[in-house]
Design a protein around this ligand. Sequence first.
Ligand SMILES: [Ca+2]
Ligand SMILES: [Ca+2]
Length: 280
Amino acid sequence: MSRYRREFPATAALAFAGVFAGLMATAITSPAKANVIYDSTIYISGTGFGAVPRLLTLQTTGTESGCVASTGGTTFTTGSGSCVPDGQVFIPNGITNLGGDEVLGANKTGIAALTDYSLSDASNIAIVYNPSQTGGNPETTITDVTIKFYDANGNLVIAVDNASDLVFDVVNPGNGGAGFALVLDAAQAAAVNSAFGGDISSAILTVESTINGSNDGPDTFALVNLATQPPPPVPEPASLAQGSRIKPLWELIPFAMTRLGLEMGAYVSTDEALKLPDLA
Ligand SMILES: [Ca+2]
Ligand SMILES: [Ca+2]
């Protein structure tokens, strides 16, 4: 490499070294961090989410586990035989789901053809987790959530999962949003996009998961395209008046970065009317 570097102007060599170092850092560190993560900064609108069919519904007390596998076209199977062995998952978490608790029925458990969601880029995927719990301890813990991507013939192309337990102390995000957004981190999204030649539009997506601490109503997962989500609600005029100052530019940057999928920033809404009704 030094032989080539001598032939570059100093600035070009520096730039090349920087890019190369960046690529190496990505190659070395990203795979170990490729996870399904909960991004609390993403706002899922209840208005846009209410009619979305669920890809997996579970309603068992204690531990509940469900799996869905595409078998080509619009057909699918559920149950333990539909769970992917953890070893086949991209950078797996060591947990294989048992399945068997799926609640069957239209819009409760099924598949998503990504072309129906206008989804071509895995970085726009949000699996919205919407638990229904009651009592003094509504907490749920997702020990595994695996997102599987099939070709149109039902062949599994790639699957991704979470790295460690995802713990939810409450049943809704508390900002008027419809559910918790589980997303692919950058390394995972890149791997999924690459597995489909850069465009995942032809893929069929299914979800499998295991949840601890369940009670009461159905706990569901649905797919949302972040690129087509309605924007977050505008703050009420009263709260704007009470704010009594104009936000400086640097306070607006996280908002813009979130819309770009950079996992920063926060939305605040007091609109309780947007809470999601259960489909059960
Ligand atoms: Ca796993
Ligand atoms: Ca529940």
